[in-house]
Design a protein around this ligand. Sequence first.
Ligand SMILES: NC(=O)C1=CN([C@@H]2O[C@H](COP(=O)(O)OP(=O)(O)OC[C@H]3O[C@@H](n4cnc5c(N)ncnc54)[C@H](OP(=O)(O)O)[C@@H]3O)[C@@H](O)[C@H]2O)C=CC1
Ligand SMILES: CCCCCCCCCCCCCCCC(=O)[C@@H](N)CO
Length: 327
Amino acid sequence: MASLFFLFLLLLLPLVVLLLLLAVIVRPRPVRIPLKGRHVLVSGGSSGIGFALARRAAAEGARVSILARDPDRLRDARDAIRRDTGVDAAALTADVRDPAAVGRALEAVGPVDVLVCNHGVFVPQELERQSLEEVRFMVEVNLMGTFHLIKAALPAMKQRGKETGLPASIAIMSSQAGQVGVYGYTAYSATKFGLRGLAEALQHEVIMDNIHVTLIFPPDTDTPGLAEELKRRPEITNVIAASSGGMKADDVAQKALNGIKSAQFVVPCNFEGTMLSIATAGLSPQRSYLMAFNEVLGASLMRFVGLCFQWNWFSAIEKWHAEKKRK
Ligand SMILES: NC(=O)C1=CN([C@@H]2O[C@H](COP(=O)(O)OP(=O)(O)OC[C@H]3O[C@@H](n4cnc5c(N)ncnc54)[C@H](OP(=O)(O)O)[C@@H]3O)[C@@H](O)[C@H]2O)C=CC1
Ligand SMILES: CCCCCCCCCCCCCCCC(=O)[C@@H](N)CO
């Protein structure tokens, strides 16, 4: 009996040592980003996830600015935020593809404490059938638009951080299609994978300015954008995307905001997303020693689970092609 207990302790010991080691080495160090009274700017804040996020930030006492192209939708969103929270959000009309317009918009509202690059466009299609114009459109909006926002916001953000001594945040909306390539998403996945490279490198560059980068990876989320997308999404893309459960915009917004407040680098939004994040942890920064522990121990199991998913997806593609041929 006593020797069994001893054996158990012996097996446990390496895990405890690993946990302690991780607690010492994880970087960057954990930090909390306060929201109350701070300036939160959300691009794409007039619809879907961005709107839900802006409204939640307002409800938590932040000063909120929303940025998008269509002034009518912006006005409706601002009215809804006022109705639900009593907060007057600033509505900024700008196309993120236009760096000068983005610069003017940011200048008008002053320094940002939490920049949420959430805007995004998604036009699913097989690459062979998709026009280069559509590919370029997604790259310009999703990828270049995010560069434009960050370049425009960073100098004043740094300056303000120096004055207040408070940590600031740059959050970027990726997608689970930015963690795994999916049929019909060659261009879209490329932009969302691209944002990860941007975010990892940027975190190195701004850590000494007390700025913390957060990358959010939602699954299919019920938004006006998704409704449009579904009108033309290839059937097999629907099948693969359904491997991860769909979510409501407000639930994604809550996960995102919690992730921003605790300065998580990677923010998964559902259970499948957590598995996906462990499977694709790579060399991304990790502040939580508990998550680091899960990543270290879960890596090989999640690799195996990922291979099972790929098996399933390639089988579905094969079957779909066979059926198409028969028709
Ligand atoms: N819904 C989903 O299934 C998922 C979404 N995501 C990502 O979440 C983000 C939000 O998606 P969702 O809420 O569904 O999108 P919506 O289409 O509902 O809203 C998109 C927002 O972005 C704005 N926007 C689009 N293009 C530009 C532009 N060129 N300049 C400025 N603003 C722009 C839109 O306003 P306007 O058109 O007026 O400019 C709108 O406010 C995107 O980055 C998307 O890739 C990730 C995973 C899943
Ligand atoms: C190791 C374990 C793996 C676990 C399961 C993986 C499931 C992956 C599903 C990918 C779905 C991609 C949806 C993209 C939604 C999106 O971005 C568009 N709606 C555009 O907005």
